[in-house]
Design a binder for this molecule. Sequence first.
Ligand SMILES: [Zn+2]
Length: 193
Amino acid sequence: MSRAILIVDVQNDFVEGGALGVTGGTEVARGISHHVAAHATEYAVVAASRDWHAADSDNGGHFHAPGEEPDFNRTWPVHCVSGDHGSEYAPDFDTGHVTHHVRKGMGVPAYSAFEGVTEQGEALATVLREAGVTEVDVVGIATDYCVRASVLDACREGFDVRLLFGLHAGVAEGTSAAALEEMTAAGARVSAP
Ligand SMILES: [Zn+2]
């Protein structure tokens, strides 16, 4: 048995003050840093994903069209443009234990970290399998979008998945509650960290 942790999109634009700041994001960043520091030896892989969009593009309709309001479901304000401050990890997330940095959304909408690639160009599922990982803990932002999609993909890929309760923050209460139900229906467990 080998375990990994996947830290989803703990970036400046997704914490308080960011383009798509989620309430509780900074608190979650701190909680994740504490958890990873305390449990680092238990994880064969510590993967962190970042939403990483192209600057001069609507990224496949992911950014709202000029003159139109974002619907905050399919279209979003401009966020996480590669290389900008908003795309960097939030300062309260200590990346010292991260073994793999995954980027996703280069020119396309990509909610799941499993759609991304590492700096070596490898898919996340490949990295996990090569490390012999069978169990994946998932934390991060946002519960109702990228965490949800990453958990569902992890289940689909055949991993034994836990969402670590409290180490995630969502855009809205209703959609976050629905996302938790969807994750458990897909086979994920919601566990205390
Ligand atoms: Zn995005």
